[in-house]
Design a protein around this ligand. Structure first.
Ligand code: NI
Ligand code: MN
Length: 226
């Protein structure tokens, strides 16, 4: 399983010969200007919630790749009206695809689509197959619901957590979250993109290291193998 970061909350996962793209927000992101959005592949587009900084490039990438949109019912319906195909989920539900299992889990945040359409309740994803299991939290506060993951999902190999504060939890709360989800390898997201969410990288890494955990801040375009 190969994980690639495209800035903000956009990640790609390659596994079992499939390309999965999460929350594409590339063309409006100054920090991701080195990424050619027209070259990104996506058999599946997984969308955590409806905010513009998570869906900006979804329609164009989805149409070019004939991607299947996987999200909550409201967001999938919105993309289906634009001509994309999708698979709707709701919280606590899981589905098996050809690359592995996807479970849609709780997040504490808000969700409205760019044109004002109701975006349902926001969520995160836990994804697993025989290569690895990971959690992509989406935009969320620290929540006790995270304690459900070790009870209901395979052991996590890594987790992608927001750490930028202001609109989501900050890195201090993300350290607590990593304890709740019982995962010591955390990849940070949702930081530095705008002024509100600029963070001190060294302080964030130290907060995790002081708790015996690792915070990885991937460069835009950077990859890791699991
Ligand atoms: Ni959001
Ligand atoms: Mn966001």
């Amino acid at each position: 399983m190969k994980l690639t970061y495209y800035g903000h909350s956009t990640f790609a996962v390659e596994t079992k010969g499939k390309h999965i793209l999460f929350d594409p927000f590339i063309s409006p992101n100054e920090l991701a200007k080195g990424i050619d959005v027209n070259k990104l592949r996506a058999d599946y587009l997984l969308i955590t919630h409806g905010h513009g900084d998570h869906v900006a490039d979804a329609e164009s990438i989805g149409k070019r790749n004939k991607s299947k949109v996987v999200s909550n019912y409201e967001i999938v319906s919105w993309f289906e009206q634009k001509g994309l195909s999708g698979h709707p989920l709701n919280h606590g539900g899981k589905v098996n695809f050809d690359f592995g299992t996807v479970k849609y889990v709780n997040a504490i945040h808000s969700s409205v689509l760019p044109d004002g359409t109701y975006g349902g309740n926001p969520g995160g994803f836990v994804i697993w197959n025989d290569e690895a299991c990971f959690y992509l939290a989406g935009d969320t506060a620290l929540t006790m619901d995270m304690k459900l993951l070790p009870l209901t999902c395979p052991k996590l190999d890594f987790a992608i957590l927001p750490i930028g504060d202001n609109f989501t939890m900050g890195y201090e709360d993300a350290v607590i979250a990593s304890g709740y989800i019982e995962c010591d390898k955390i990849i940070g997201c949702h930081y530095d993109t705008f002024g509100y969410i600029k963070i001190d990288h060294d302080a964030a890494k130290k907060a995790f290291a002081d708790s015996g955990k690792e915070l990885i801040l991937l460069p835009v375009g950077g990859s890791l193998d699991f």
